[in-house]
Design a protein around this ligand. Structure first.
Ligand code: SF4
Length: 230
């Protein structure tokens, strides 16, 4: 089923749709879907989801509950999802789609699929620094950036989400985000109250936003407004 946007979801998204679900390989400590994914258990392809009507003119985040481009997801499952979205999309009033992954190199495997031209491809850059105790099995930051650079270079639409934003080095952070050529950068904050992260001070977040605005659009989520950013 399509799930209406709730809580901390991007405001430009109308619905989320999760045909692949279950425990995420990356195991980020701040993951807000952890409890839900533990209930689902092992990763699975929800075959019944391929009867879901995706509607027309909607903005849909596919795979918001687990990273459906993680290395342990079979290619056939991903292809099935892309095929379904492509084949059911209304040519007159099409949906727009968001695909988000920390394993952005896996997007490259599917760039020849015609659906990919219709989607915005997003990766997470929570910091330029890799925090092993927090990011656990997620790909290294440089690996994410390199793949996004290649994807953007081929003309695909890209986006970066810096959420949950963690302490970073300003010049390096700006430079790696710029390499991804994002049409939009999202800034968000940790929403798991029981997890403490190394957060940057407000002035530094503001500087980051000012720098990013020199070359792209910036979306500051409500949860990040506590940093008093404009
Ligand atoms: S990659 Fe996303 S879904 Fe997977 S553990 Fe990290 S935050 Fe959760």
């Amino acid at each position: 089923m399509l799930n209406k946007r709730i809580g901390n979801m991007y405001k430009f998204i109308d619905y989320t749709w999760n045909p692949i679900r279950g425990g995420c390989l990356h195991d980020c400590s701040y993951c807000y879907m952890k409890r839900y994914n533990e209930e689902v258990g092992k990763i699975l392809l929800a075959s019944w989801e391929f009867r879901t009507g995706l509607g027309t003119g909607n903005s849909i985040f596919i795979g918001s509950s687990t990273d459906m481009f993680a290395d342990n997801i079979p290619s056939g499952w991903i292809k099935k999802v892309l095929d379904y979205c492509y084949q059911t999309n209304d040519p007159v009033k099409p949906n727009t789609f968001l695909l988000q992954s920390k394993n952005s190199k896996r997007f490259l495997e599917f760039l020849n699929h015609p659906f990919m031209e219709r989607a915005v491809l997003c990766t997470t850059i929570e910091s330029n620094r890799f925090y092993p105790d927090i990011m656990n099995n997620a790909p290294q930051i440089e690996e994410r950036v390199k793949a996004m650079e290649e994807i953007a270079g081929k003309g695909f639409k890209t986006m970066v989400t810096a959420e949950p934003l963690m302490e970073f080095d300003l010049d390096e952070m700006v430079s790696i985000i710029k390499r991804c050529k994002p049409r939009l950068v999202n800034i968000g904050r940790n929403t798991r109250g029981n997890i403490s992260l190394p957060e940057p001070p407000s002035e530094k977040v503001q500087k980051l936003i000012d720098e990013l605005k020199q070359f792209t659009k910036v979306n500051v989520k409500d949860n990040a407004k506590v940093w008093s950013v404009k």
